[in-house]
Every structure is written in structure tokens, then in C-alpha cells.
Design a protein around this ligand. Structure first.
Ligand code: 0A1
Ligand code: ZN
Length: 865
């Protein structure tokens, strides 16, 4: 078990030293030598005059330390595992540090490492201190100049942040480039790339008429897969100008695609590093969902240029300041461009499937955490997605224009510096004149609030009354839970489905369609209502809460069919599906199942207006979402009930599903993508009938030149044990053996398949000749296994748990970040039926007795508390 120290937000202290200028020289040879010259001075804001200089650093050899060109002897400084301390330094001085690194051996993918034939960096959160000694904290901002020298043939491309200012040839076939970044930045935004890469260049003219060169660097041969990412970048640049009035600030914007990357992408100033899966796309190799993912990650990293880079975070507890806000911005961008309802549904599905369980489990933490052991464990759905929901609620309350003015004020007031969530709220308070104390509580308290609503209609007084109540699960540490402001957008409809207009009654009803529940309980009386209305709550999912209201089936059907808000229609479909699922699980088909099937038949009988939305309305909740809805989890029962529901829907809707599934066009474009989405979900249902004609369609479509069509067919076939599945999977493997990103899809399908012996199959996937322990491949196999293959993962003898536990222990030695991500599959043991819960717990106990990284140690430790 590891004993890394816990860091507390309340212990924040200003940095004792500031860095005015950083000059780095990288000499890339078999190993890489880094010379760092730091212009340091004591922070005038810190009173203590003789504080020693303490720098962070680990994982390299130290060759030299010099203060003002005087080389220090070993007695002049102290080193620990991760620090260098110099007791006596002047108030202002130059520190020279020479370190030597071995990027070839760096399997953590933090700091400087090799991916394929290139060298690249990942410095967030604390990777820079794997390169040299430095105050590795986001509130130390400095100006960086970087010289990179390497063999010209092996590394013709040498990149760093900012602008190239000088380059040239050197003896022995070597060359160099010098980069200068005029913007102050913390070291986590530093980046360097050296490689033999193809460059695709385009240009963008900013609103004020400046030309910006846009350069994408990818492996040779992938050039034709860049246009979508390039076009997405230009759309993001335009959107940020039009919506927030924010222009790009350098003359060059670079994106490098790396095969081996722990996360999605990284917003380093002027030089984004991307997981290749979020850059490369062609209709033959990427699905429509991949296209959407690329657009949103490209936008996300671009938007960070203001929300994250120009204004960064004071400390890592403020991470949501940049991440929640930037996710919110990328979500709005995608909603504006690709349809509000469908995109919102997808975000909410993700929030409920990942963030809600996280917020109810052993790693639950506030959006602004109070403490952490390993900061890498806090790049979570809570900090990102729940953080974005808080920002969205602030916008809902203030109105879009005031909100945007508040963001602009925040950026103006803190440009070029490191800020806090408090600064963000204060800027909005100043701009709007409203007190946002309630949102401070949203940031500081974990858990998903529950809103319970009951209604009654009094025909005599014509008053419709809503009683609302918010409640919060008790904190594990017993701290009293506080009430938070919950904006509930709502609508009332009469029996004919027409909206009833309501007059505002501030403060509980600040706008005709918005209830603001601030206290524990509230009662809203709506006068002049002619008959008992049909209410709909949380339109557009206006707050990240669970909402309880005793809808009748008829009410849900009418919402599904007649509500204008696409999200609310989807929510009604989800509730109908959940009710039917619970019924099937408990006792077999009855009223709820009939109500669902009847509703879907009526939906199918209507003319199709929005195919993409219809696809979402039809989509069944995933295994992992259903797992979060049942307690305790009995995976075998759950998967059987879900299979039964799938088949019943297929049988009840065979006619329309057959029509829709036949229309899967192969040409690109949004309207074709909507047809494909509908066709794929239809085929998925139909496949469960195991009719030979349908299985053959699956086999044929799996060979489509369009990846969305092919992958849709494979997904539909994946849980059906039949020769067509085997043939389709084999052919797919042969066809894409040399396409890593597509091969990941094959591995994920195999790991997620419900057929045969899942645990043994996953074991053999790990031994497969095409398996490599790259983060994407590991996620495809092990991540899919625990999240999407409930039947195999929760096998009665605990073999699934042991497999994951063994892999985590093994991976922890090479890449703790990836190992810790996979731990999420082990954390929920308390929610599983006995005796499996004890088998899972035994795996945790076993792990806890081994030497572990801080990353894995923190999660396992918390799960066992
Ligand atoms: N800031 C990046 C994501 C990121 C976070 C941590 C990393 O390493 C620990 C790497 C990337 C983003 O939000 O896109
Ligand atoms: Zn981000």
C-alpha cells in the first residue's frame, strides 16, 4: 500500500519564488539532456525573507546545479524523491539545472516520452517536473523560450509552444529550432514534439483580420484523415469569436496526433497534443460518433486557449474553473452546430452513467475538492461534467447575455494570471448584481441532489399546486448537507397536449417556465388552471439532479409523443423503458411493458420528423446505466431482463424497424448520419429476433465501406451467438489489422460481447498477436469489459474481478494513470449482491497488500474504507 501524502485546499500558500523567464535547451540523443535556466526572484507578496528554494522534480538524473553561474556541490543542496532544496539563495538569481532523461523508458506517458517514432510531452498535471526541477504548480507563470536540437533525419520536425524564431543545420546531421512563447504560462502548458511527421497546413482569418496558420502534424500516410479536424477547428474559432468575442492570440496553432496518450487531448499553448483518435477520421475508418467526438475535443482544446490558458487555475483544486467551464463551452458549441436536443441527450446520458455513480461511490468528491492524494485521480466526470452543469445552471439563472458578459469580465480581470472558482463567481456577481452563494455550495458539496415533486389540482379553486422538496444523501463524514439552488425548467400541458402559460411569481418562479428551488421545500400555486394538467420537469435537463415524480404511464406516453422539448421526450421514453425493465426483472411482462410497447408503436406510427432524435428515443438504456439504477446489482438478472426487453421491442415494432434499418446510406453528411443512427438502432433491436435474413443483413453490412454502417452491424450482431457474427468479426479483423484506431473497435466489440466465455475471451485478447498495451487498446479491452460486459465481468466465481485486479497490479508498474482509471471497475463492491461483493472486495484487499502507485493506492484505499 502506498503512503503518499494528502494535499489539502486549505493549505494553499503563495509561491515563495516566482520565475520571470525560462530558457530550456533540449539535446535529443540516445538520452535527452535538458539545460534549464530559470530567472528566479522571491515573491514580494510572501513575507518570509529567508525561505529556502524548493523545487519539484523526479525521474531523471541530475547533472548540474548552478546559482548565478556558480556550480553547486552536493553539500549545497538537498534532494529527496521528488524535491530539490537549496537553503540559501539570493533574492533574485539565475538557476541553471542540467538533467538527463530517458524518454524511451518512460512508460508513464507523463513528462517526455516516446510514442511511435516521435518524442512528445504531457505535462498536466505534474509532468513538467519529470523534465527538470521547477516549481511545478499552476500559479507560477513564466515566459518560455525553448531550443530543441536533434538528428535531422530521425526528427525533421521540432516543435514547442509559441512562435519559431530561429532554426538551422548543425554538424553531424543534426539541426535545431528555437521557439518563443510570448504569453505567460504555467509549466503544465509546456509542450515539445520531435518527430518525422507529415504537416497539413491551412489558414484562418480572425474577426479582426489577422492570419493564423493552422498546422496538423500526423504520421505519414494519415494526411487524408485530417480535413474533419481542421474544419472543426475553424468552426470552433469562428464560434468563440461570435459567441464570446474571443479571438485566437498567436499567429500559429498546431495540433499533433499521438498514438499513445493517456487522455483525450491537451491544450498546451499553441501546440495541442492529441490522442490520435480525436484527430484522424475518414468515412471508411471512423463512425459518425467518432466524427462528433473529434469536433467536440478539437473545440474543447481550442476553447481552453482562453478558459484555461490566458486565465489559468491557481491550484489544482480549482481544476473545474477551466474544465467545467470549457466543457460547458464545447457542449454549447456542439449543441449550436449539431442540434440542441440530441447533443444534450448524449451529454446527460454520459453524466448519469458515469458521474452520478461516481458521486455516490467511494471516490465521490466536490466539484472543487478539499483534498487529494494524487491529482491525476481528480480529472473526473465530477470535475468536468458536473462542473459544466453548474456553469450551465448559472447561465440559466442569469440569462445568456449576462452570463457571457460575466465570463468576459472574468477573463478581463484575470487575463495573464491564475484564478479561482471564487473569482469566477465574483465576476458573475459583479456583472449581474446577484448573489451566487448558492452556487458556492454546489461547488463544495458532493452527491447528486434528489428533487421530489408531488402535485394536486383543486377543481373548485382552479389552483394547481406543486410541492417540491430537495434532499441530499448524508456525507460520509457526517457533515450536514446544505440546500442548493435548483433551477427546474418546466411546462404544463392541458389534456389536448397544448401548453398552458403561467405567469411568473418571483422568486420561486422567476420566469414563466422556471422554478428556482432554493430551500428544502417549496410550494407553488398556479392559479387559473382549467383542468388537471400534465407537467413536465427539468426541460433540457436544467439541473444535475435526480427527479422523482409519480408519473402515470399515460402521462409519460403523452410527453413522449407531444412534448416539444426533445430532452423531455427522451426522458419520458427512458422512464417508460426503465419501468418495463424493472417489471421484467421482477415478475415478467405486465402493464408497464405493455405501456412501453404501446407508446413505441404509437411513436413509430407517426411521420418521422427528426431521425436523429427518434434514434435516441428508441435507444435502450445501457447495461451500465441500468446497473446504476438497481441496488444491489445482480448482473445475471439485469442482463436477462434487458435482453428480454430488447426482444420484446423488436417483436412489437418489427415493421417500422425493418423499414428504418434498410435506410443506412453510405455517403457522409448530417442528414445521412441521422438516417444511419436510426438504421443502426433499428438493426440492433431486429437482430435479437435471430431471424436468419436479418443475421445475413448484419453480415453483409459489416463489410460496408462506411464505418458507421459496418460498426452498427457488428454492434447489432455482437451479442448474438451465430456464424454470421464470427464471419463478420473475422473479416473485419483481416480488413483493419493495420489500422490501430479501427482495431481498437474490434477489440472493444470482443471484450463487450455477451456470448461464450467472456472472461476467457478477454484473457486471450490480452495475448492476441495484435494486442499492444497502448492506452486506447487497454481501454478498449479492459474498460469495455468491466463497463459494458456485466454478465462476464460479474461472473459468479469472481474470475472477472480477478482478471481486472491482476491487470491493474501489472499495469500500475508501467502506467499508473491508466491503471487507476481501470480501478473504477473495482470501486462499487458495496452495491453488488452477495457473495459477489465479497469476491470483489477480496480483489481490492489483495491489491491493497501490494506496493502501489499513489494513483491506484488512493482509489483502492478509499474503496476499502
Ligand atoms: N486538460 C486536458 C486533459 C488532460 C488532463 C490530464 C492529463 O494528464 C494527467 C492530460 C490531459 C483537457 O481537459 O483536455
Ligand atoms: Zn479540458
Amino acid at each position: 500500500m502506498s503512503h503518499a501524502a494528502e494535499v489539502f485546499r486549505k493549505d494553499y500558500r503563495l509561491p515563495a519564488f516566482l520565475v520571470d523567464q525560462v530558457d530550456l535547451a533540449f539535446d535529443i540523443r540516445e538520452r535527452t539532456t535538458v539545460q534549464a535556466r530559470l530567472q528566479l526572484r522571491r515573491n514580494p507578496a510572501v513575507a518570509i525573507a529567508d525561505e529556502p528554494l524548493v523545487l519539484d522534480g523526479r525521474g531523471f538524473d541530475l547533472l548540474e546545479v548552478a546559482v548565478d553561474d556558480r556550480r553547486l556541490g552536493v553539500g549545497d543542496y538537498q534532494r529527496t524523491d521528488d524535491r530539490l532544496q537549496i537553503a540559501v539563495v539570493p533574492d533574485r538569481f539565475t538557476l541553471r539545472i542540467v538533467t538527463q532523461l530517458d524518454p524511451e523508458q518512460n512508460t508513464t506517458l507523463e513528462g517526455l516520452y516516446r510514442s511511435g517514432s516521435m518524442l512528445c510531452t504531457q505535462c498536466e498535471a505534474r509532468g513538467f517536473s519529470r523534465i527538470t526541477y521547477y516549481p511545478d504548480r499552476p500559479d507560477v507563470l513564466s515566459r518560455f523560450s525553448v531550443r530543441v536540437e536533434a538528428d535531422a533525419q530521425r526528427f525533421p520536425v521540432l516543435l514547442s509552444n509559441g512562435n519559431p524564431v530561429e532554426s538551422g543545420a548543425l554538424p553531424d546531421g543534426r539541426h535545431y529550432t528555437v521557439w518563443d512563447d510570448p504569453f505567460l504560462k504555467p509549466c503544465y502548458l509546456f509542450a515539445l514534439v520531435a518527430g518525422d511527421l507529415a504537416c497539413i497546413e491551412d489558414h484562418y482569418t480572425t474577426a479582426s483580420g489577422r492570419d493564423v496558420a493552422l498546422r496538423f502534424y500526423v504520421d505519414h500516410g494519415n494526411e487524408a484523415r485530417v480535413p474533419h479536424a481542421m474544419a472543426s477547428l475553424k468552426r470552433a474559432m469562428r464560434w468563440d469569436e461570435q459567441v464570446y468575442g474571443l479571438e485566437y492570440d498567436l499567429d500559429l496553432y498546431m495540433v499533433v496526433a499521438a498514438r499513445d496518450f493517456n487522455m483525450g487531448a491537451m491544450e498546451n499553448k499553441g501546440l495541442n497534443l492529441f490522442n490520435a483518435r480525436y484527430v484522424l477520421a475518414s468515412p471508411q475508418t471512423a463512425t459518425d460518433a467518432d466524427y462528433d467526438g473529434i469536433e467536440s475535443v478539437i473545440a474543447h482544446e481550442y476553447f481552453h486557449n482562453w478558459t484555461g490558458n490566458r486565465v489559468t487555475c491557481r491550484d489544482w483544486f480549482q481544476l473545474s474553473l477551466k474544465e467545467g467551464l470549457t466543457v460547458f463551452r464545447d457542449q454549447c458549441f456542439s449543441q449550436d452546430l449539431n442540434g440542441e436536443a440530441v447533443h444534450r441527450i448524449q451529454s446527460v446520458r454520459q453524466l448519469r452513467t458515469v458521474q452520478f455513480p461516481e458521486d455516490a461511490g467511494p471516490m465521490a468528491h466536490p466539484v472543487r475538492p478539499d483534498s487529494y492524494v494524487e491529482i491525476n485521480n481528480f480529472y473526473t466526470a465530477t470535475v468536468y461534467e458536473k462542473g459544466a452543469e453548474i456553469v450551465r445552471m448559472i447561465q440559466t439563472l442569469l440569462g445568456r447575455d449576462t452570463f457571457i458578459a460575466g465570463v468576459q469580465r472574468y477573463l478581463r480581470e484575470h487575463d495573464g494570471s491564475a484564478a479561482t472558482i471564487e473569482d469566477f463567481l465574483a465576476a458573475h456577481e459583479a456583472e449581474s448584481g446577484r448573489n451566487l452563494d448558492g452556487f458556492r455550495r454546489w461547488y463544495s458539496q458532493p452527491g447528486t441532489p434528489l428533487v421530489t415533486i408531488t402535485d394536486e389540482y383543486d377543481a373548485r379553486s382552479r389552483v394547481y399546486r406543486l410541492r417540491l422538496k430537495q434532499s441530499h444523501a448524508p456525507s460520509p463524514n457526517g457533515a450536514p448537507k446544505q440546500m442548493v439552488p435548483i433551477p427546474i425548467r418546466f411546462a404544463l400541458r392541458d389534456h389536448d397536449g397544448r401548453r398552458i402559460s403561467v405567469s411568473p411569481q418571483p422568486p420561486l418562479l422567476p420566469a414563466p417556465d422556471l422554478i428556482l428551488l432554493e430551500d428544502e421545500e417549496a410550494v407553488l400555486n398556479v392559479p387559473d388552471i382549467g383542468s388537471s394538467p400534465n407537467p413536465s420537469f427539468l426541460l433540457g435537463f436544467s439541473a444535475p439532479v435526480r427527479l422523482q415524480f409519480a408519473y402515470t404511464s399515460d402521462q409519460l406516453v403523452s410527453l413522449l409523443l407531444d412534448e416539444e422539448d426533445g430532452f423531455a421526450r427522451w426522458e419520458a421514453a427512458q422512464r417508460l423503458m426503465l419501468n418495463a425493465f424493472f417489471e421484467l426483472q421482477a415478475s415478467g411482462p405486465g402493464d408497464d411493458t405493455r405501456a412501453l410497447l404501446d407508446a413505441l408503436q404509437r411513436l413509430a406510427a407517426r411521420p418521422v420528423e427528426d431521425r436523429a432524435l427518434l434514434a435516441e428515443l428508441l435507444r435502450m438504456p445501457s447495461e451500465s446505466y441500468l446497473a446504476s439504477q438497481v441496488q444491489p446489482l445482480d448482473a445475471a438478472r439485469l442482463t436477462s431482463a434487458r435482453d428480454a426487453l430488447r426482444l420484446r421491442i423488436a417483436q412489437a415494432l418489427t415493421g417500422p424497424l425493418s423499414v428504418w434499418s434498410a435506410a443506412a446510406p453510405e455517403e457522409p453528411g448530417a442528414s445521412n448520419a441521422a438516417r444511419r443512427a436510426l438504421a443502426n438502432v433499428s438493426l440492433w433491436y431486429l437482430m435479437s429476433t435471430r431471424v436468419n435474413r436479418v443475421l445475413d443483413i448484419g453480415l453483409k453490412q459489416a463489410a460496408s465501406p462506411n464505418m458507421t454502417v459496418a460498426f452498427g452491424a457488428l454492434t447489432a450482431l455482437n451479442d448474438i451467438d451465430c456464424p454470421q457474427r464470427e464471419a463478420a468479426m473475422d473479416a473485419f479483423l483481416q480488413r483493419f489489422r493495420h489500422e490501430p484506431l479501427v482495431l481498437d473497435k474490434w477489440f472493444a466489440l470482443q471484450a463487450g460481447s455477451a456470448i461464450g466465455q467472456g472472461v476467457e475471451r478477454v484473457r486471450s485478447l490480452l495475448q492476441h498477436p495484435d494486442f499492444t498495451p497502448n492506452p486506447n487498446r487497454l481501454r478498449a479491452v479492459l474498460g469495455t469489459f468491466w463497463r459494458e460486459n456485466l454478465r462476464a465481468y460479474h461472473r459468479a466465481d469472481g474470475a472477472g474481478y480477478r482478471l481486472l485486479g491482476d491487470q491493474i497490479a501489472h499495469l500500475d508498474r508501467s502506467n499508473p494513470q491508466i491503471a487507476a482509471r481501470l480501478c473504477d471497475g473495482l470501486l462499487g463492491w458495496k452495491d453488488i449482491v452477495p457473495p459477489q461483493n465479497q469476491l470483489l472486495r477480496a480483489v481490492l484487499v489483495d491489491l491493497s497488500q501490494q506496493p502501489l502507485s499513489a494513483d491506484v493506492g488512493e482509489k483502492i484505499g478509499k474503496a476499502l474504507l
